[in-house]
Design a protein around this ligand. Structure first.
Ligand SMILES: [Zn+2]
Length: 485
């Protein structure tokens, strides 16, 4: 009798399990319209760890406010006590090296220490913790998991210091895994910020056979202005750039805004620039030798971001006296510049062969005021829109291109006359969104709905403005609501 009951129970259980499989529907890639989405995130500055996966795992950048304060005091004290500014600088440089030293690379451009990131192999179904947040890339993850299934959503993390071709290898593994696990032949890639240059390396190295769509969101696919200037020693806190960022910070407080304009007229920011110049003149050699060159120069990714017209000058400035000694590294990063120089042709070829591409660039905020020409660029407070848009012509912060500016193609001039997409590499496929924060895409926002529409669209004509709800030029606010001009 016992045996009989067990058999009946086993049969019932089997039937109920298969019934639930039928209820959910067995996934059939031939009929499923949802290709897996690979989200290549942006740079996670604090996401690097020593000895990942071991009991010694610990963050590389652990900012200790107490330590910073005590270092500043120590340095001021040393300066006053010894009447020697260099001593103060020694203390600050030592601390900076100690703080950032874990990021150091060896002279080949590989990590000096056992440093890495926490990876999420497999789909989001295996990493439900990724659904707990909803900002930026996590907003993309959450809405993709909701719409296409967590088992069709992949979140890719990487060590942002590395050679993009090394990261490309890992992107390739993730894409191959996604195809194998879901049974689909192709994927869609959404790459944000630093993810742009990494995705470009993947496409350059592995081609686009596996890719049906690429979204470049606030991305580095055309490099960044800042490293181009820093790598030539053009560190500068320029008066206009400081004024721009101060004005931007208080733009919603009219009284302070008026006060700032008065200060600007009185030349306060030019005065700040002069003080900064004196400090930089005195410190730059030491800071650049001890901190910048030691840590930044051997990060291969920086050399992919440098603008092609500045590459030789940057190499000369950084390695001028020791070219031979660094020949291996220079050879390595030259390949990255070749990749950037081949980008346009590759993207045009992809479009001709049916791959959907969209570029989304946010603009209308000042640039970070630490380099010489910062006030000539505007962006999204992190990256310059000139580069994230694929080289559109963009007016400086709070200015227009002028009343007499004539765009090569008038339809590419933004209604606020701040952007001319005629000069961009993919003008037909580029969206410009004024005042949107870097990357955006937070869960539940208009911006996120726009992102999902870009991913979803499967018509023939994937050109900016094909959907009247999402024109080529849009405006946003800090809540990522979208408005038409
Ligand atoms: Zn599917």
């Amino acid at each position: 009798m016992k045996k009989f009951i067990s058999i009946i129970l086993a049969i019932t259980l089997t039937i109920s399990m298969s019934a639930s499989v039928f209820a959910q529907g067995i996934h059939n890639p031939a009929t499923c319209e949802n290709e897996p989405v690979i989200i290549v995130r942006g740079m996670d500055f604090t996401g690097l760890y020593y000895d990942v996966g071991t009991e010694n795992e610990r963050p590389v950048l652990s900012v200790d406010v107490g330590k910073i304060i005590s270092t500043v005091f120590k340095s001021v004290f040393m300066g006053i006590f010894s009447l020697n500014f260099d001593k103060s600088l020694d203390v600050i440089c030592d601390y900076a090296v100690q703080l950032l030293g874990g990021l150091s690379m060896d002279k080949n451009g590989d990590s000096l220490y056992n440093v890495g990131v926490i990876k999420c192999p497999g789909s989001v179904a295996e990493h439900p913790e990724l659904l707990e947040r909803g900002d930026c890339e996590f907003g993309m993850v959450k809405s993709c998991a909701e719409k296409y299934g967590a088992d069709h959503t992949y979140y890719f993390t990487y060590d942002w210091r590395l050679d993009p071709f090394v990261v490309a290898e890992e992107i390739n593994e993730t894409i191959e895994r996604a195809c194998e696990e879901t049974g689909h032949d192709k994927v869609k890639i959404a790459c944000a910020s630093m993810g742009g240059v990494m995705t470009l390396a993947y496409l350059t190295e592995y081609g686009y056979d596996r890719v049906s769509k690429v979204l470049f969101l606030s991305s580095t696919f055309c490099g960044i202005q800042m490293p181009s200037e820093l790598m030539q020693g053009k560190v500068k806190f320029e008066g206009q750039a400081i004024a721009d960022i101060a004005t931007y910070a208080v733009k919603d407080i009219p009284v302070v805004n008026v006060l700032l304009q008065l200060l600007e007229k009185a030349g306060l920011f030019d005065f700040a620039e002069k003080i900064a110049d004196i400090i930089i003149d005195k410190t730059m050699d030491k800071v650049s030798e001890e901190v910048l060159i030691k840590i930044l120069s051997y990060m291969p990714v920086m050399w992919a971001l440098v603008q092609p017209q500045d590459f030789d000058k940057c190499i000369e400035y950084t390695f001028g006296d020791c070219m031979e000694e660094n020949a291996g590294f220079i050879n390595r990063v030259t390949k990255l510049q070749n990749m950037m120089n081949g980008r346009n042709e590759l993207l045009y070829e992809m479009i001709d062969n049916g791959v959907d591409i969209a570029v989304v660039s946010n603009y209308g905020s000042p640039s970070i005021p630490v380099y010489e020409s910062a006030s000539k660029f505007c962006g999204d407070m992190v990256l310059e829109a000139h580069q994230t848009s694929g080289y559109a012509t963009i007016a400086p912060y709070n200015k227009t291109l002028g009343d007499d500016y004539v765009a090569e193609n008038p339809k590419y001039l933004s209604p606020d006359r701040m952007v001319d997409l005629s000069t961009a590499i993919l003008p037909e496929y580029t969206y410009m969104i004024k005042q949107a924060p870097h990357v955006s895409c937070s869960y539940g926002t208009d911006y996120n709905a726009f992102f999902m529409w870009l991913l979803d669209y499967s018509g023939d004509n994937f050109k900016a403005g094909v959907n009247p709800d999402y024109p080529q030029f849009m405006q946003s606010n800090t809540n990522e609501e979208l408005f038409k001009f």
